[in-house]
Design a protein around this ligand. Structure first.
Ligand SMILES: [Zn+2]
Length: 617
């Protein structure tokens, strides 16, 4: 393996006196109790006598936040030669444990259990093995400099997949090849009783999709889905022009109880979706976007990473100010790739753009907060509460970032009369030679200079204006200059149907200005909306609409008839232990966003989603 290079790591490297860096740690994970949300971990660390601090991974790559699930570490015991060694948690850094290694001791044994939250990483039939949850290491060590020999004991009869190379498999015991701690954490495994593996390429590096599911029926994939997944491998190579992995595996878990996930790695991705992801029409569209997004991350996020996110271990804080590149560009490419691969239709692509454009344009938080602030504040924007989210803004560096990159793509296409595109930026920035996993950090200046190499323009101001300043309107120039207009009709939007299906919600953002649960509970209210002006707020529960008992049909009927009736929509809501009546002065009918063709301009949106792999054949 080519070791992962990290420039910052060299500067921050700290030698720890009580650790023998050259010898590998061993990590034995017993997953026999995975179905009970319990994994047993045994770690042996080469040590020298003296004080030692052990660290539990806190800042997890791809999560951009201190999300290491320290509360799930239980039963911690330290020993040497069978004799217990006392430990003490640091009273400020909760992820650090201090101990004193006695004279004569060369190996410290650490055992603990990882007790995951139900519905997070495991169901009765499958689990995701995330190594960072299952180990501690010597604080201050660079994760590239620590080597680990890992092994995994599976529940009887279960099978596994991982990008981590295997040296030996014996029934339910798997021995992995020695790897750096960085590579180990970047190479999770999926395990499950219902397992399927499908190759996605016949030449060049190995690409495959590995699937574990709650049922055997869920493993069934339509032939056109498999064709689309194979096409996405070719489209990504055509887009970037090089690969930075030795092989690539989509590690897919299909379960309504094993937790959802989308986490990128150099040589694999964790793609945790619902049990019906391959069979339900809406869930399949959502799955295609997840696959496109996580796969694009192998280039944009893992190979090229903002310097602030390229940390030398799992302890140094990450800085998220360039997440509108890391996640925003990936969010854009995560829509382009499924469209170019046939997993999405052109209409699916436009519906997704319309949904994003409408959501960002109607985000009232944009009146006080630039998109960069949602990225800088990443430590709390992911778990941001649902209530008043429209006013807070959440992880808008994803969706608003994608609109900024669409804007850049259309601008490059327009200025070059169609000869160049954002693909040329990706070629320069993410391409080059094929390599094994390697990390090449970048700065804002690197983005600006590479864009200028593609098409000379004032890219610094272009990005500064859209990212760093408060903007009352979303950056929609990519849509309007791309030959389309954002319009609202009474026809439901596909992307909004997907979101409503997934969260069991009713999105009325563009009519009443509310997001509701199917039972009538208000999840969010837009402060510029009729609902807000009437007095409504998150947490209230609608009991009746225009005198009739709550149902989604009754509410939709009231919205539809609002166009022809002058009286307001009257709702009775439960607010705590009180019932209250509100009058919503709204008369616009059902409203959902779509893109409508503007025939005065060339259709550049249509050009963006043309297959590039087919063109280059
Ligand atoms: Zn992402």
């Amino acid at each position: 393996m080519k070791p992962i290079v990290c420039l910052i790591a060299i500067l921050l490297f700290v030698t720890v006196s009580s650790v023998v860096a050259q010898s590998p740690m061993t990590l034995s994970v017993d997953a026999s109790d995975a179905a009970r949300n319990m994994l047993h971990s045994k770690i042996s660390i080469p040590v020298k006598p003296g004080p030692l601090t052990l660290f539990y991974p806190k800042w997890i790559p791809g999560e951009h936040s201190p999300t290491g699930p320290i509360n799930d570490l239980v039963g911690l015991k330290l020993s040497a030669g069978g004799k217990p060694i006392a430990w003490q948690r640091d009273d400020v850094e909760m992820f650090a444990f201090h101990c004193d290694i006695p004279q004569g001791v060369t190996v410290l044994d650490v055992t603990f259990d990882d007790v995951s939250q139900p519905e997070s990483i495991a169901s009765v039939k499958l689990a995701r093995i995330k190594w960072n949850r299952l180990l501690v290491y010597a604080q201050g060590m660079n994760s590239d400099a620590i080597t680990v020999k890992a092994s995994l004991k599976l529940p009887t009869g279960w099978r596994f997949a991982s990008a981590l190379p295997v040296v030996n498999e014996n029934k339910d015991d798997v021995q992995f090849k020695e790897a750096s701690l960085t590579q180990l954490v970047d190479s999770p495994a999926i395990i499950g009783t219902n397992f399927r593996k499908l190759p996605l390429s016949s030449t060049g590096p190995m690409h495959e999709i590995d699937i574990v599911a709650d049922t055997t029926a869920a493993l069934e994939m339509k032939p056109e889905t498999l064709t689309g997944l194979k096409a996405i491998v070719g489209e990504a190579y055509a887009l970037f022009g090089a690969r930075h992995y030795r092989s690539y595996q989509f590690l897919v878990t299909l379960s309504d109880h094993g937790g959802s996930e989308g986490l990128e790695h150099h040589e694999s991705s964790e793609d945790g979706v619902g049990e019906k992801a391959f069979s339900d029409e809406l869930e399949l569209l959502d799955f295609a976007e997840l696959i496109g997004h996580e796969y694009a991350h192998s280039w944009n996020g893992k190979y090229r990473r903002p310097v602030g996110l390229a940390t030398p271990d799992f302890e140094q804080p990450m800085r998220g100010e360039l997440l509108w590149v890391y996640e925003g560009l990936t969010q854009y490419l995560g829509k382009v790739l499924p469209a170019r691969s046939g997993l999405w239709s052109a209409e699916d692509f436009r519906e997704a753009l319309a949904a994003v454009a409408a959501e960002m344009e109607n985000q009232s938080g944009r009146q006080w907060r630039p998109v960069v602030d949602t990225a800088v504040a990443v430590q709390f924007t992911y778990p941001s509460p649902r209530a008043w989210m429209n006013y807070r803004r959440r992880v808008d560096y994803y969706d608003e970032g994608s609109l900024i990159w669409l804007d850049a793509d259309v601008l490059i296409r327009s200025r070059s009369n169609g000869k160049l595109s954002l693909d040329d930026f990706c070629h320069r920035f993410h391409g080059g030679q094929d390599t094994a996993p390697v990390l090449k950090p970048y700065t804002f200046d690197d983005i600006v200079s590479t864009l200028n190499e593609v098409t000379p323009y004032d890219w610094r101001d272009f990005l500064d204006a859209r990212v760093n300043r408060v903007n009352p309107h979303a950056p929609l120039a990519g849509i309007t200059n791309g030959g389309w207009k954002l319009v609202y009709t009474d026809k439901p939007n596909t992307e909004i149907r997907i979101a409503d299906h997934a969260r069991k919600s009713i999105d009325l953002s563009y009519s009443l200005g509310m997001l509701l649960k199917e039972d009538g509970t208000v999840m969010d209210v837009n402060p510029s909306s009729a609902a807000f002006k009437a007095g409504m707020a998150p947490g209230m529960k609608i009991l009746s609409v225009n005198g009739r008992m709550w149902s989604t049909e009754v509410l939709h009927a009231a919205i539809t008839s609002s166009k022809t009736i002058t009286a307001p929509i009257e709702v009775i809501v439960e607010n705590g232990s009180f019932n209250e009546t509100y009058k919503l002065n709204y008369h616009g009918g059902e409203r959902y966003p779509h893109l409508e063709r503007d025939n005065t301009k060339p259709d550049l949106i249509g050009e963006i989603i043309k297959s590039r792999a087919q063109q280059s054949k």
